[in-house]
Design a protein around this ligand. Sequence first.
Ligand code: ARG
Length: 597
Amino acid sequence: MNIWFDPVESLTEVIKETASSLEGFSDKFIPDVRPTDPRFGDFQANGIFSEAKRIGVNPRILAEKFVAELEKSGRIDRDLLSISIAGPGFINFKFSNEFLGNWIATYRSTDVLRKVCKKIYNGKKVVIDYPSPNTAKQMHVGHLRILVIGEAISRLLEFCGADLTRDNHIGDWGTNFGILIFEIKRTNYVFPDDDVKALSELEELYKSGTSYVKDEENHAGAMEQARMELVKLQQGDRDNVCLWEKIVKVSNAACARIYDIFGVHPDVTLGESFYRDKVGRVYDELSECGIAEESDGALVVWNDEDFRYSRNNKNAAPFIIRKKDGGSNYASTDLATLLYRVEHFNADEVVYVTDDRQQDHFRMLSLTAKRWFAEKKYRFPEIKHVTFGKILGSNGKPIKTKEGGSIKLKSLVDEAVSRAFSIVKEKNSDLPEREQRKISEVIGISAIRYADLLQNRTIDYVFSWDRLLSFEGNTAPYLLYAVTRIKSIYRKAGLEISNVVANDVVIIPSTVSEAVLIRHLMKFSNVIKIAIEELKPHYVCTYLFELAVTFSSFYTADKIIVEDSRVRDLRLRLCACTLDVLETGLNLLGIDTLERM
Ligand code: ARG
């Protein structure tokens, strides 16, 4: 029996092979193998039960027959693996200590894991759409989730072999430019050199401009003037195009600073304006195929195959793809964008990251595009909408500043770093201040990032400074500390980690905590698979936290640097593997680790 690097995959293979040599099993039979309650074993295979139902035999008897065949087949080595049947036909597998010793000796580093995981996407072309903020606005706390979830999912996709393009679909072509240009001209606004300052001033200008034009009593005709500025921009008026370009440039530069903080680096930034000349094709083709129809002067699409968006549902609204005034909108732009991603990037899959309020939009987009692409025989990519819930304050309502405004992302980051600095200064008073500041930056930013990723993204969560910066519990500081602790074991012993891993002599674990730790390390590949399947990074967080806790119990129970060289080697190897998995996992989440803290 080979020592399986990825037990889930290997067990699945062995079970499938065994099933194919048994009469009655369907060719399509795929056992569902997953980690199980340690009281029963390491992994459990489900699927015999439904197969028995399909064939019409007693599941328990089928399971017994199956296990007998598996044992006879020689595909497994009973010294390494014990098998038992539970309930109505679940099959449990439990690895022996000998297996665990072999496994950890073969496990060199996560590079092997990388190779296994690469097969999941296997070079498939994926375009991920994030952070895609709107221009002329500072990024606020609502963008935190897009940045960190988008980045973690991107890294997971790349780890799993996707050929990824990060496409930043900025909202740079809205009706807001009419008011903004109007107000810039009215106030003779001069752009300052500092882009961050300019962006915050633009935001104010938009506010003052909006109240100015809305005040019909005192400023009659101002609304119309603002509208005309927009029309002029759309018609290519030089001054207005110049101003628009300046606004977009300033916004992009200011946002880029925030992206940098979160390690987000878009490959392309093709905003809504890029699709201005591509929406015509959308109107033409959708009308020609009879998918879009005129309604009250607008062009709309009903998607009758889904009652929520069907004309038969009197509460439903159609997907409006061209406004009454003939202008394009979010929907037409997104349809053009999707086609561009298929034609230009050859996308097999497109992943959108936005909050959950845009669910209807993306469902209608997907339904409409599916019909359109089918008519025109364009390849239809898989569409995934990664949504997330809100960040709440301690009062259970969406988090706001004391004054009730939206919290700017930059000020959130600054606060995180300064709070981290107070903690680091106290804990590491012996370090020079420069180093304390560097450490605080990593801790502060990872803390807000991790606290966000830790939640199942679809639900709202309550933001709490105390919790996210705590060195205890499931937090970034706790995990970062676990990493530095392992590094210090090596430093103190004067050893190089790479030497320990390179040695592949098999050493059988002899203590419970060694075995428990190896068992946990073994489950990492499965966690990645589940996370990528659901595009949910929180599975990785939960796993890493459990790993750090398991490591901590091992470290408390078993002294590492002992006389017996075999025992010491195994334990050092366990430290190295844990470190490698922790660092790989944290990196997938976008978190840089530290040497000391
Ligand atoms: N700019 C939009 C917003 O801030 C998000 C864009 C998401 N991507 C897309 N292709 N629609 O709400």
